[in-house]
Design a protein around this ligand. Structure first.
Ligand code: NAP
Length: 282
């Protein structure tokens, strides 16, 4: 019998912890502030930015939104980031991805001061994760760790297979699992015989971006299955990278989509903004 890893419940718990700390700070007259930049009119990005704004309201933090025109130049965006880097009233800066094609995303991510990079995407913060010396962690992978911790799922010595090696999910996910003393395998599009790896996994983290990609025959009995994927079907329905209906019968724990990793990402963003505030106001 499987158990659901309930991202809604755990994210509410994490956000409540942040809210309690922010309330104490508010008594002294200041709260963390998150600047959220969105460029253009991508509907999904607007939804994500709206959810981040709501999370700031819920936790008592200040959110400042910069909604920029689709035609904003790279120089204009860099100038805004430079201004926010120097603004003592701003503790976290987030630039919603994807950006329009004429803007170099890597350049923008690396322009954000590492101490304000609450997404944890910059080269400095990613490097620190591999060194095991980080304060700000990438939101989605850390959300997975928080979810597993809440359900007291042990990672030490476990075979963990991460499917996907992107800079924002797969690679930092592997680094965080390694730090927890798991034995980590990273699989990707060039991996030969993917199922031979997943079938031996105690924990599978799927971050591929393909609907129902991980099927029941790829999963061993009792595995913990974490689905980071968010895919929209032609029907408009959201689904993950895991064939949930069939895989759940083999899993011991499994995340739903929606309601699994998605809410955790935003909860960690709130936590990171608080961490950034505290580091800047020692
Ligand atoms: P991405 O940059 O497109 O990376 C996808 C990864 O999957 C790549 O490393 C790719 O391998 C690998 N892959 C593709 N086809 C494969 C195959 N047939 N076998 C094995 N590996 C394969 O995507 P991402 O940004 O990491 O996101 C992954 C998913 O997570 C997406 O659905 C995204 O929407 C979702 N996501 C969710 C959250 C959240 O908050 N829950 C946050 C971020 C992303 P190569 O490197 O070899 O090309």
């Amino acid at each position: 019998m499987y158990q659901i890893l309930d991202g809604k419940t755990v994210s509410a718990y994490v956000k409540q912890q942040v809210k309690d700390e922010v309330a104490l700070l508010a008594e002294n007259g200041s709260v963390p502030a998150l600047a959220v930049i969105i460029v253009g009119n991508d509907p999904a990005s607007k939804v994500y930015v709206g959810n981040k704004k709501k999370a700031c309201e819920m936790t008592g933090m200040k959110s400042i939104e910069y909604a920029l025109d689709e035609n904003t130049s790279e120089e204009e965006l860099l100038a805004l980031i430079d201004k926010l880097n120097g603004d003592k009233e701003v503790n976290g800066i987030l630039c919603q991805l994807p950006l329009p094609k004429h803007i170099n995303e890597d350049k923008i991510i690396d322009a954000i001061a590492p101490e304000k990079d609450v997404d944890g995407f910059s080269a400095v913060n990613v490097g620190k994760i591999w060194l095991g010396k980080y304060e700000i962690s990438p939101c989605t992978p850390m959300g997975v760790i928080e979810l597993l911790d809440y359900y007291k799922i042990p990672l030490e010595g476990k075979n963990c297979v991460v499917v996907g090696r992107s800079n924002i999910v797969g690679k930092p996910m592997a680094a965080l699992l390694l730090e927890r003393n798991a034995t980590v395998t990273i699989c990707h599009s060039r991996t030969k015989d993917l199922a031979s790896f997943t079938k031996n996994a105690d924990v599978i983290v799927a971050a591929v971006g393909r609907a129902n990609f991980i099927t029941a025959d790829m999963v061993k009995d009792g595995a913990v299955v974490v689905d980071v994927g968010i895919n929209r079907l032609e029907s408009g329905k959201l689904c993950g990278d895991v064939d949930f209906e069939n895989v759940k019968e083999k899993a011991s724990f499994i995340t739903p989509v929606p309601g699994g990793c998605g809410p955790m990402t935003i909860a960690v963003l709130m936590k990171n903004t608080l961490v950034a505030y505290k580091a800047q106001n020692k």
